[in-house]
Every structure is written in structure tokens, then in C-alpha cells.
Write a protein that binds this ligand. Structure first.
Ligand code: PBG
Length: 366
């Protein structure tokens, strides 16, 4: 019996129309009958069969929950990120307890700093008892086992919203002086109790410099999650609303330090350098528009790969669902399965808590 697969799946003309023919098409009085030994629909027939053969599974342990904290006594919702709040320190701790309850191993904390505390040098970032350090201490006190990841960048603290110090002409971000400050910030975060520090600034050489600074300060077991392939993306818009880094002259361009969205080879180079500089985990960001990069990094990198489903990715699913144009739960779940399938070992997502709950109730992507 000729196998359609072996014959290249091409129904040959001679197999058409003759009812005595065994391979390919066979016309009968009931209509067309295909002789297909390989029918893929057999394993798609019922929900349980589909569950048996699903290749990609999301676990709560894959998730990192990004959380915002501000200095206010009450939490306030971020307009462009429904269901995401600038937390008080107390409500942040509550979120962390929720994370633990649903099996999420790690949170990433981002401070939203009052405008009056910002200056061009971002000096509040290094102020000993600032909001971020207080938040880290409060979380580690109540949730000592939860992995706390602290972002290393100056954008929450600078009046211009950039991730570092501006050059004297004000036209770009000055690389090396910025790295010096980031090293001090990372050490202070480690001293406050952060288990991991995550440089998100995209300065050259910062991973190696931060590793050196941490080691010198005796923090050899604090890991570095490098925002390695971080693209200059328009999908960060809602995050900049959240931390107020959009202020001043409207949208700011970070294209002089973040990757050009068209550059795949350069992303590989960035990841490779961060690995050489001893990054413990490398990250691709954003996720959904960059799944090719996630796959490529996973295929070539020996270290764990994280992907960040950023604020704009979260916002667009909410926005379309609010208009009734997309099914909220299905698009949310599909977006995360796709990131996992592309090769992410870890996913930072604002959906983390609700999705971890869905997973534990057996309702994720059903
Ligand atoms: C900045 C930082 C950004 C995000 C994380 N850290 C924004 C930016 O580069 O302007 C974006 C996260 C998101 O959009 O969810 N250091």
C-alpha cells in the first residue's frame, strides 16, 4: 500500500477516481474518501487526548511576578494596566504572600518614586533608606523564602526618565559613570536583602562591573539576571506611566542604549557578552514580538533564559478584551504558552498571580 507520506503527500492523478485504487484519494458514492494512514486529528479528538499530547506546559515555577511599589499609604491602580497597582509597602508584602500561596517563586520589584525626589543624577536611588530598600526589607522579613529580584537602573529616580546619567551636552546617556552608580545601587539592593539584581539599563560592561562590585562587597551569592537582549520598544509605554519615567518632553527615546528592534545578530552578541561577564540568567525583552530571539537565545545559551512579557503586551490583551474583540482568558493563556514554547525557562508577566491560580485549579488553557 503506497503511503502518502512516503510519496511526498502528493495525491497522484492515477490514484484519483478509481474506486479499486488503495492509496491517495478514492471517490465513492458518499463523496470523497481519503486513504490517509496518518490522520493527525486522531490525537485532537477529545480534551483529554489533547491534554496527553500537549508539548508545552506552564508551571507556577516558571513565573516571575513584576510588582510596583510607591510611597503612598494606599495602593493605586495604573490606568493603562488594569488590575496592576502601585502598591504601598504593606500591600506589596500582601502580594508577595499571594505569590507564595500560588507557588510563584520570585517577584521583581519596581519603585514608583515621587516626582519631587527625582533629579538629573537619580541620586535618590542611592539614598540609604529609600523606598526600594525599605520594600525589599519588608518583603524579606515576611517572605524570607520568596526570591526577590531588584531592578538595577536609574529611570525610577531620574527627572529625565533615562536609565543613567546624561552626558554633559544632555544628548545621550553617559555609559561609564552610569555603570559606576549602578554598581553602588546593586550592592545596596543586595544589602537590603535582594536575592538577585537585574540590570535593565543596557549600559555596556555593566554586568561584569556589577559582578565585581557584588563580589568585592562579599555578596558572591547574589545572582545577576541580565536584561541582555532588551529592545528599544514602544511596548514599555504603560510601565513608564507606572513609574512616571515618561515625564518632561513626552516619550523619551532610549534607542542610544537599547537594541534596535530589527537586530537579531546584535541581540546574540549582547547575550554572549553578558554571559562572558557572568550573568547567571539572561533575559529577552519584550517577549511576544521577539519569540525568534527567545528561541535563538535558548538554542545557543547554556544559562537559564527569561522572557519579559512587558506592560504593553499586558495592556493590549486587556484593551482588546474590554472592547469585546478578544477573549481575555484564552488570549492571556495562549500568549504565555507561546513564550514558553519559544524556549523561555522563566517568564516575567503581570498575569503571574492570576495565571498561577488558574494553573493550580487546573483551569489554565483549557
Ligand atoms: C527600565 C525598565 C523598563 C521596563 C523594565 N525596566 C522600561 C524602560 O526601559 O523604559 C519595562 C517593563 C515593562 O514595560 O513592563 N529600566
Amino acid at each position: 500500500m503506497p503511503c502518502p507520506l512516503a510519496s511526498g503527500l502528493q495525491p497522484s492523478e492515477k490514484t484519483l477516481s478509481s474506486s479499486s485504487q488503495k492509496g491517495g484519494f478514492r471517490a465513492s458514492s458518499q463523496g470523497m474518501n481519503l486513504h490517509l494512514p496518518r490522520r493527525l486529528r486522531r490525537l485532537r479528538r477529545t480534551a483529554n487526548i489533547r491534554r496527553m499530547v500537549r508539548e508545552t506546559h506552564l508551571h507556577a515555577s516558571d513565573l516571575i511576578w513584576p510588582l510596583f511599589v510607591h510611597g503612598g499609604a494606599a495602593r493605586s491602580e495604573i490606568e493603562s494596566m488594569p488590575g496592576v497597582f502601585r502598591n504601598s509597602v504593606a500591600s506589596l508584602v500582601g502580594c508577595c504572600q499571594e505569590a507564595e500561596k500560588w507557588g510563584i517563586p520570585a517577584v521583581a520589584i519596581f519603585p514608583s518614586i515621587e516626582q519631587c525626589l527625582k533629579d538629573p543624577a537619580g541620586s535618590h536611588g542611592l539614598s540609604p533608606d529609600n523606598l526600594l530598600f525599605r520594600a525589599i526589607r519588608a518583603v524579606k522579613e515576611k517572605c524570607p523564602d520568596l526570591v526577590v529580584i531588584a531592578d538595577v537602573a536609574l529611570d525610577p529616580y531620574t527627572s529625565h526618565g533615562h536609565d543613567g546619567l546624561l552626558s554633559p551636552d544632555g544628548l545621550t546617556v553617559d555609559n561609564d559613570p552610569t555603570v559606576g552608580i549602578l554598581c553602588r545601587l546593586a550592592v545596596l539592593e543586595a544589602e537590603a536583602g535582594a536575592d538577585m539584581v537585574a540590570p535593565s539599563d543596557m549600559m555596556d560592561g555593566r554586568v561584569g562591573a556589577i559582578r565585581g562590585a557584588l563580589d568585592e562587597a562579599g555578596r558572591t551569592d547574589v545572582a545577576i539576571v541580565a536584561y541582555a537582549a532588551k529592545f528599544a520598544s514602544a511596548f514599555y509605554g504603560p510601565f513608564r506611566d507606572a513609574v512616571g519615567s515618561k515625564t518632561g518632553k513626552g516619550a523619551i527615546s532610549k534607542a542610544t542604549y537599547q537594541l534596535d528592534p530589527g537586530n537579531r545578530r546584535e541581540a546574540r552578541l549582547e547575550v554572549g557578552l553578558d554571559e562572558l561577564e557572568s550573568a547567571d540568567i539572561v533575559m529577552v525583552k519584550p517577549a511576544s514580538c521577539y519569540l525568534d530571539i527567545v528561541r535563538e537565545v535558548r538554542d545557543h545559551s547554556p544559562v537559564p533564559v527569561a522572557a519579559y512579557q512587558v506592560s504593553g503586551e499586558y495592556a493590549q490583551i486587556h484593551a482588546a478584551a474590554k472592547l469585546g474583540w478578544l477573549d481575555y482568558g484564552r488570549t492571556r493563556d495562549e500568549s504565555l504558552v507561546a513564550i514558553k514554547r519559544a524556549g523561555a525557562d522563566l517568564i516575567l508577566t503581570y498575569f503571574a498571580r492570576e495565571v498561577a491560580e488558574e494553573i493550580s485549579r487546573g483551569r489554565f488553557f483549557r
